[in-house]
Ligand binder design. Structure first.
Ligand code: ADP
Ligand code: ZN
Length: 208
């Protein structure tokens, strides 16, 4: 299975991706994670990406398409694209170097997103939590490492990211709808496990 995870910042793409990759044995490819790894290592791509990420803007298409293309060349088997494509240009490029089976759109009420992202605490292992459920804990339940807040998870940047999503990424819903590849999972205040049940129902049905 070759799947795209689509959804606004804070919709829970990363949270679901961790679960999906385990259960369905798909390689998780997250452009956000790749950019953050580059920033940490201080590479040229990292330096460039940081200036856009901090402003809540998208990293330029050419750079983004290139890192995805390169990482797909190393994958044989199914994968899960998390955070790519994010523009129509990226979607059209992707069609040139990959054949996607399904675009899973995680659709969350916009009013919930700001609080979700600003309250998010993440771990280097990929786990992600909300402060309201941590009860003051500062380490990861899964691996014990310290939790931290992403630099771009502050109210100002989040507002810019949400606007960027509406303008540049939301049109992809139509793009994949027209290709007959779109499945939307609508969720509001469900827990991540409840959302995952819905996601599994879609993917198991598709796998048959
Ligand atoms: P979120 O979905 O919560 O916004 P991500 O980790 O997917 O978080 O992305 C973080 C940032 O990385 C984005 O705001 C953007 O600046 C950059 N980024 C990630 N994926 C892409 C992409 N496909 N195209 C351009 N920029 C991207
Ligand atoms: Zn962890």
């Amino acid at each position: 299975m070759k799947i795209i995870l689509l959804g606004a910042p804070g919709a829970g793409k990363g949270t679901q991706a961790v679960r999906i990759q385990e259960k369905f044995q798909l390689k998780h490819i997250s452009t956000g994670d790749m950019f953050r790894a580059n920033i940490k290592e201080g590479t040229e791509i990292g330096k460039l990406a940081k200036s856009y990420i901090d402003a809540g803007k998208l990293v330029p298409d050419d750079v983004t398409c290139e890192i995805v293309k390169q990482s797909l060349e190393k994958v044989n088997g199914g994968y899960l694209l998390d955070g790519f494509p994010r523009t129509l240009f990226q979607a059209e490029e992707l069609d040139k170097f990959a054949e996607i089976d399904l675009c899973l759109n995680i659709d969350v009420d916009t009013s919930l997103l700001l609080d979700r992202i600003c309250g998010r605490r993440v771990c280097a292992c990929g786990a992600s939590y909300h402060v309201s459920t941590l009860g003051g804990k500062t380490t990861c339940e899964k691996c014990g490492k310290p939790l931290y807040q992403r630099d771009d998870d502050n109210p100002e940047t989040v507002k810019a990211r949400l606007a960027t999503y509406e303008k540049q990424t939301a049109p992809l819903v139509d793009y994949y709808g027209k290709q007959g590849k779109l499945v939307t999972v609508k969720c509001g205040t469900e827990t991540p496990d409840e959302v995952f049940e819905k996601v599994c129902a879609v993917l198991e049905n598709f796998n048959k």
